[in-house]
Design a protein around this ligand. Structure first.
Ligand SMILES: Cc1ncc(C[n+]2csc(CCOP(=O)(O)OP(=O)(O)O)c2C)c(N)n1
Ligand SMILES: [Mg+2]
Length: 342
């Protein structure tokens, strides 16, 4: 296991990239906050937040090629799907279960992300089911190259899950398969220290989930999940390794969950108030903005301009999705019985 130290600089990221990453992080936060407002107004059924994970999500997804690589994100990954090309309106279509929702045409719960054009594979509600799917995608890529006798497809499968989920059996089976066959899979664990109300010390006997990768014969790295540049760098290294046919990597991002588990949870019953207060000091939006300002990449004027643009996007997305059509009842059985497959 290797520890990747926060770097703040990357040879592959220029000033425009760093500003784009910051803007995506802020867009994810703003859309997330709007979803909570809509939930508390009784308009949106369920919210599960990316707040506190934005740096890990955007930094990591920024190392992928949307539409070429395969992404199997989990429910918290709003920052990932935005970085891969989801529009704010598409996100809101999912929240309101509208017909135009790219995830499932309004059939899935919110935050079960999927997008055909972007190669984002829809996930199921039982946690972790996307992880063996990712190993299967990696196996398909490998077989395609074996049949051709050379690398004709150097795409990778990127899959994410929480630390609680990382203890489930199928995650270990998927990592074993990927390690055995050197599959091009990036296993991303967003470790926020809680599985709903259960703290990590009651979930597993190790401190670093990435330690487990050694048991399957591939590298495991631990990265500060509040530093988007370090998250990008670690993912880029894993992607390059996978593209070269050298096999999988596990990356563990140490994140903070700044909200309750979901809009149906009250974390004040199990998290001390001072723990939440301390976490907010480490908010990646604040620390990354401070870093960019210290480097003269972000100015107060630029920040105001970005915030204004995002406010407009979030307002427009909300209005478009609120007024959009629900799925037509005549499509109820689509995708359920063989003769209705689309
Ligand atoms: C197989 C299964 N067991 C339990 C649940 C209920 N559940 C949903 S999210 C969750 C916690 C997962 O925690 P973690 O993997 O750490 O991810 P986090 O939400 O903290 O990002 C649980 C227990 C579920 N959806 N599926
Ligand atoms: Mg967790």
């Amino acid at each position: 296991m290797t520890n990747v130290q926060p770097s703040g600089v990357s040879a592959s990221l220029d000033r425009e990239d760093l500003l784009a990453i910051y803007e995506l992080m802020l867009l994810a936060r703003s859309l997330d906050e709007r979803q909570w407002v809509l939930n508390r107004q009784g308009k949106a059924p369920f919210v599960i937040s990316c707040q506190g994970h934005e740096a890990a999500q955007v930094g990591s997804a920024y190392a992928l090629k949307p539409g070429k690589d395969w992404a199997l994100p989990y429910y918290r990954d709003l920052g990932v799907v935005l970085a891969l090309g989801f529009t704010p309106t598409e996100v809101m279509m999912g929240l309101f279960a509208r017909a135009a929702d790219p995830n499932s045409g309004g059939r899935q719960m919110p935050a079960h992300y999927g997008h055909r054009k972007l190669n984002i594979i829809s996930q199921s509600s039982p946690t972790g089911t996307q992880v063996p799917h990712a190993a299967g995608v990696g196996m398909a890529i490998k077989i395609r190259n074996e049949v051709a006798g050379k690398i004709v497809d150097d795409s990778v499968a990127w899959v994410s899950f929480g630390e609680g989920t990382s203890s489930q059996g199928e995650i270990h089976e998927a990592m074993n398969l990927a390690g055995t066959h050197k599959l091009p899979v990036i296993f991303v664990c967003e470790n926020n220290g809680y599985a709903i109300s259960v703290p990590q010390r009651q979930q597993m006997g190790v401190e670093d989930v990435a330690d487990r990768a050694a048991g399957y014969g591939f590298p495991g790295v631990v990265v500060d999940g509040s530093d988007p540049v370090a998250c990008f760098e670690a993912t880029q290294a894993a992607v390059e390794r996978a593209r070269r046919g050298e096999g999988p990597t596990m990356i563990e991002f140490k994140c903070q969950r700044l909200t309750p588990h979901s809009s149906d949870d009250n974390d004040r019953t199990y998290r001390p108030a001072d723990e939440i207060k301390a976490m907010k000091q480490q908010d990646p939006l604040i620390t990354f903005a401070a870093h960019l300002k210290a480097e003269d990449i972000l100015t107060d004027e630029k920040e105001a301009e970005i915030r204004e643009r995002i406010k407009k996007q979030v307002n427009e997305a909300t209005a478009a999705a609120e007024s959009a059509a629900s799925p037509d009842p005549s499509t109820l059985f689509d995708h359920i019985y063989a003769d209705n497959l689309k």
